[in-house]
Design a protein around this ligand. Structure first.
Ligand SMILES: O=C(O)CCC(=O)C(=O)O
Ligand SMILES: [Fe+2]
Length: 344
């Protein structure tokens, strides 16, 4: 068994200038050696770039295409229809966000995208809605769905978004055992900790600038790290996403057909005592073509303490963070980012 802390120090010294592509065919193979080999390639990616593409992930292409189609239709709607599900009508960060209402990097003026946020839906996971929730922690709540009277496409939109959510949630559940193996932990390490996952999905729309001048302080999305355990991102065919390596260079995460990008978020980085790295990334403003993407942020259950496993803490690498629950941690981070939106 490899010593993770040593391997981590070693890989951190070497930099990355490409984002690896990992084939998930063996993710649920009955052969442990195959799962182990796959977990090792995931481990190297998580210790180095913190980002990787996945292919043969099991999410049907039709589901992805339909969701992008619905996303186009939603963002094409007149503003007053989108505002029927405005984020200010939710006490839990759900719903529509206008252009520039989020500001991922406080050094900027705002992010040049519109968004629709949703989480675990009571229709799909009714059992998650009877959990005890504490003040100042993240909670599950209803999503904000447009209604038929305001938009005749409302039903199709909701159906597609829920279907996509279900499929990508299943992909996330396929990844957790591999992350556990990668951390020299039992494969079911995360199982009991992801029964009511704080999984937030966002439909994002980056309108093309066209003739307008680029304002550096209004990027598509400012440089940031994600804050759940990991993100499963689908982008359309328009480039714009960039990932920063340790030299500070921005590497293009070019769209690649029928792949998702998986990247480590701060929750998992913190939980693994910085063995897994959450890497800064950003989206440039798009000039000629509109861009659409769908990040899906997968965290663990709100009440789980982010206590680093023994494989990630040694005498030379003592625990680096105070232990807090996943829910308290994500709530703290979300409040920082979305506070500007709630004020307008
Ligand atoms: O749109 C993208 O490609 C990336 C979005 C992103 O980084 C985020 O929402 O955290
Ligand atoms: Fe991100």
């Amino acid at each position: 068994m490899s010593d993770l802390t040593k391997l981590s120090d070693q890989l951190l010294k070497s930099d990355f200038d490409t984002i690896p592509l990992i084939d998930l065919t063996d993710a649920q193979s009955p052969n442990l050696e195959k799962r182990q080999a796959l977990a090792e390639s995931i481990r190297d990616a998580c210790l180095s770039a913190g980002f990787f593409y996945v292919k043969n992930h099991g999410v049907p292409l039709e589901v992805v295409n339909e969701t992008f189609k619905q996303s186009h239709s939603f963002f094409d709607l007149p503003s007053e229809v989108k505002m029927t599900v405005d984020i200010n009508k939710s006490d839990n960060f759900r719903g529509y966000m206008r252009l520039l209402t989020s500001n991922t990097n406080p050094a900027n003026k705002g992010d040049r995208h519109e968004a629709f946020n949703m989480g675990l839906d009571p229709l799909v996971h009714p059992e998650s809605f009877h959990q005890d929730e504490k003040e100042g922690e993240l909670k599950h709540s209803d999503n904000l769905w447009p209604i038929q009277e305001d938009w005749e496409g409302a039903v199709g939109f909701k159906e597609a978004a829920l279907n996509y959510y279900k499929q990508v949630l299943a992909l996330g559940y396929k990844l957790f055992p591999l992350f556990a193996l990668a951390l020299n932990l039992p494969e079911d390490f995360f199982e009991a900790k992801t029964q009511h996952p704080a999984a937030i999905m966002r439909l994002l729309f980056y309108p093309a600038l066209g003739e307008q001048e680029v304002d550096e302080l209004m990027p598509g999305i400012g440089a940031h790290t994600d804050f759940e355990c990991f993100t499963i991102l689908r982008q359309d065919e328009v480039s714009g996403l960039q990932v920063q390596n340790r030299k500070g260079e921005w590497i293009d995460a070019v769209p690649s057909p029928d792949t998702f990008i998986v990247n480590i978020g701060d929750q998992l980085s913190r939980w693994t005592n910085d063995i897994f790295v959450s890497t800064r990334h950003r989206v440039l403003p798009t000039i000629a073509k509109d861009r659409y993407s769908i990040p899906f942020f997968f965290g663990c259950d709100h009440e789980v303490p982010l206590l680093p496993p023994t494989t990630c803490v040694t005498e030379d690498r003592p625990a680096r963070y105070d232990v807090m629950t996943a829910g308290a941690y994500v709530h703290m981070r979300l409040s920082e980012i979305y506070a500007p939106a709630k004020d307008q």
